[in-house]
Design a protein around this ligand. Structure first.
Ligand code: PLP
Ligand code: COI
Length: 339
C-alpha cells in the first residue's frame, strides 16, 4: 500500500504508476498498451481538440474489510460510454475492451486503492477521444481509448454533510435537444462560469433548470438531484441530464426500503414540499442539500433544519456505501472483484 494521507484525500489528481491505452485505426481496435507516461502524443488536428469529440466516464473501485477490491457497476458505465460515443459520432468501445482496460488499470495500481475505513476510493477515469487529423467538421477515423486511475476522497469537501447550492438562471450546461444526456467534455466546459459564480458566492455547486422553459429542476452540477417526501424518492426525468448510475442505484435501494420511486419532471415550485433533497453521483455519492437559493426570486428553500442530513438520505447513503465496500451483501449484483 502506498503511503498517502488517506484520511484527508481530496478529489483531485494524484499520479499513479500506470495507465492503459487502445488505438482504433484502419477500422479496428488494437491491443492493450500499458504506459507509465502521464502524457499523450497527439496530432495537432485531432478532432477532440477542435470539434469536441471527447467522452469520459467516472467509476470507482473500493477496498473492503477483507482487503478485496470491488468495482461498482462497471457495465453501466460501459453502456453509457457506448451511448455517448454514438451521440457524438465516435467509435464505441467494445464492452470486452472497456472491461479489460478498467480491470487492468486497477490491478496495475492496486497499491493506490485506499485502505478500508477512510471512506476513500480509487476513481477510474475512462476517456475516449477523436485522435485522427481532420480539418473539415466530420468524425475522426481514429480514436484513442484510455483509462487512468487516481485515489480520491469526497468530491464536496464537506463529505456526507449538507451543502448549499444556487439555482443557475443565467447559463445552461446543455441545450434542450443537445448533448446533456451524454458524458462529453463540452457540457462541463459550459458549466464552468456558473460553477465559479456559485463558488464565489459561497455555494458548493449550481442547480441547473431545464434549458427550454426554466420551470423544472434538471441536475445539481456534476450530480443528479433527488427529493424525498411522503416515503417517496423523486428524481427528475429530463432529456438534458446525465443518466446517473448512482441515482439508478438509489432508486433500487429506495424500493428495497419500501419507498415509492417517481422519475418525472420536478417543477421548481415543488421544492418547498420536499422533506429532504440531495445530489447524487459517483464523485458526490450522496451529498445532502441544506439550502437552495434562487438568485432571481430571492427564495430560499431550507432542508436539514437541524444542520444534519435527513434520515432517508442517511439510510440510503449507508446502504449504498456498505454495498460498495462489501459490508453488506450485494443483492443486486453491482460489484465485481478485481482478482
Ligand atoms: N450528472 C452529471 C452531469 C455528472 O457529471 C455525473 C457524474 O458522473 C452525474 C450526474 C452522476 O452520474 P453517476 O452516478 O453515473 O456518476
Ligand atoms: C463523476 O461523478 O464520476 C463525475 O464524473 C463527476 C465529475 C468529477 C465530472
Amino acid at each position: 500500500m502506498k503511503n498517502l494521507d488517506w484520511k484527508n484525500l481530496p478529489f483531485s489528481y494524484i499520479k499513479t504508476d500506470y495507465n492503459v491505452r487502445y488505438i482504433y485505426k484502419n477500422g479496428s481496435w488494437g491491443d492493450l498498451q500499458v504506459s507509465d507516461s502521464e502524457y499523450l502524443n497527439m496530432h495537432m488536428a485531432a478532432t477532440c481538440l477542435h470539434y469536441g469529440q471527447e467522452a469520459f466516464e467516472g467509476l470507482k473501485a473500493f477496498r473492503g474489510k477483507d482487503n478485496k477490491i470491488r468495482i461498482f457497476r462497471w457495465e453501466d458505465n460501459a453502456q453509457r460510454m457506448h451511448d455517448t460515443a454514438l451521440g457524438i459520432k465516435m467509435e464505441p468501445v467494445p464492452k470486452r475492451i472497456f472491461k479489460e482496460a478498467i480491470f487492468t488499470a486497477v490491478r496495475l495500481n492496486k497499491h493506490y486503492v485506499p485502505p478500508y475505513g477512510f471512506g476513500a476510493s480509487l476513481y477510474i477515469r475512462p476517456l475516449l477521444v477523436g485522435f485522427g487529423a481532420e480539418i473539415g467538421v466530420k468524425p475522426s477515423k481514429e480514436y484513442l481509448f484510455m483509462v487512468f486511475v487516481t485515489p480520491v476522497g469526497p468530491y464536496f469537501k464537506e463529505g456526507f454533510k449538507p451543502v448549499d447550492i444556487m439555482i443557475c438562471r443565467n447559463y445552461d450546461r446543455a441545450a434542450p435537444l443537445g448533448t446533456g444526456s451524454f458524458k462529453v467534455g463540452g457540457n462541463y466546459a459550459a458549466s464552468l462560469i456558473s460553477l465559479e459564480e456559485a463558488h464565489k458566492n459561497g455555494f458548493s455547486t449550481t442547480l441547473y433548470l431545464d434549458p427550454k422553459e426554466k420551470k423544472y429542476v434538471d441536475e445539481a452540477g456534476p450530480a443528479n438531484f433527488f427529493g424525498i417526501k411522503n416515503n417517496c424518492y423523486i428524481t427528475p426525468a429530463s432529456k438534458s441530464i446525465l443518466r446517473s448510475i448512482t441515482n439508478l442505484s438509489l432508486q433500487e435501494l429506495s424500493k428495497d426500503m419500501g419507498m415509492k420511486v417517481e422519475q418525472r419532471p420536478v417543477p421548481l415550485d415543488e421544492l418547498p414540499s420536499f422533506e429532504e433533497t440531495g445530489a447524487c453521483g459517483t464523485a458526490a455519492v450522496i451529498t445532502p442539500i441544506r439550502k437552495i437559493v434562487d438568485p432571481e426570486t430571492n427564495l430560499i428553500y431550507n432542508y436539514c433544519k437541524d444542520g444534519k442530513p435527513g434520515p432517508v438520505s442517511t439510510r440510503l447513503y449507508h446502504k449504498l456505501v456498505s454495498i460498495q465496500f462489501g459490508d453488506e451483501p450485494d443483492q443486486h449484483g453491482w460489484v465485481e472483484f478485481v482478482e
